[in-house]
Write a protein that binds this ligand. Structure first.
Ligand code: HEC
Ligand code: HEC
Ligand code: HEC
Length: 186
């Protein structure tokens, strides 16, 4: 009985603590170094914590799992500021095996082309030919290839296992959204 009583007392306190921690994740507009805290209009802008805390949570980046948020229909971004453009879909995954000692990297087109058009990557960031892009962790960390976006506008490069997600022994059962092509080490 006493144990039950303690649980009843502790649980709400724990939930409150969690909520406080979650709200702490997003810097307020007043403190973000971008907005003028003295401008009275700041009160009419929506705070990041209010806007983002209702979306699929994520431990990294800006605290939202954008891929899942999009899949669940929590967000419905416009394809363009001006006219709606028809996004092209491509179900093609590339497994990159030059990753020793880490698991292989799987690059899936689907979660990318749901957000962006082909020309955002081809042919400026990547030549559209498997194996023709000499990327490695050094040039990625330097802001090239995947590093053009990851660490800038999409999840950070410290999330190693999100890219390095396929163990060599699991290559045949890799979760994939389409055809898988294995990329030979360069
Ligand atoms: C955005 C995706 C991404 C993230 C995040 C990422 N990597 Fe990589 N990594 C790659 C790609 C792509 C390659 C090149 C694979 C190939 O060419 O077969 C690579 C290659 C590597 C290699 C092989 C040697 C080399 O220098 O290229 C190592 C080791 C490595 N990564 C370690 C890491 C570690 C450690 C982290 C986390 C701190 C990390 N990676 C995060 C995409 C990523
Ligand atoms: C986020 C970046 C990105 C976007 C957006 C993107 N691709 Fe790719 N694409 C890649 C990468 C990475 C590879 C693999 C390159 C490698 O292995 O060196 C690739 C490879 C390819 C290949 C080569 C296939 C082969 O067998 O050689 C084709 C074709 C291609 N993409 C077409 C497209 C089309 C069509 C779209 C739009 C529907 C698109 N891509 C959007 C990054 C992207
Ligand atoms: C032009 C920008 C861009 C480039 C270049 C790019 N990505 Fe992404 N990537 C995104 C965006 C945007 C998302 C979705 C938002 C997020 O997860 O942060 C994403 C999501 C992902 C995901 C999560 C997929 C899921 O199902 O959850 C992986 C893994 C990934 N990228 C790997 C890579 C690898 C590996 C490369 C390089 C071969 C790469 N990306 C290059 C923009 C890019």
């Amino acid at each position: 009985m006493r144990q039950l009583f303690t649980t009843i007392l502790i649980l709400p306190a724990f939930l409150l603590l969690l909520a406080a921690l979650a709200a702490d994740r997003w810097v307020s507009l007043q403190d973000d170094g971008l907005h003028d805290p003295a401008n009275p209009a700041i009160k009419i802008l929506q705070q990041p914590a209010e806007a983002l805390s209702v979306l699929q949570p994520d431990g990294a980046g800006n605290g939202v799992n954008w891929v899942t948020a999009l899949q669940l229909g929590e967000i419905d971004p416009r394809s363009s500021i001006e006219n709606e453009i028809q996004q092209e879909m491509l179900e093609l995954d590339v497994i990159m095996t030059d990753t020793l000692p880490l698991p292989y990297v799987i690059f899936s087109h689907r979660p990318h082309v749901e957000w962006m058009t082909c020309d955002l990557c081809h042919e400026s960031v990547f030549v559209s030919k498997i194996g023709e892009n000499p990327m490695n962790m050094g040039n990625i960390l330097n802001g090239e290839y995947c590093g053009v976006c990851h660490g800038a506008v999409s999840f950070p490069l410290t999330e190693c296992n999100r890219c390095h997600s396929v163990k060599p022994e699991n290559i045949n059962i890799a979760p994939s959204s389409g055809a898988i092509v294995e990329r030979d080490p360069l």
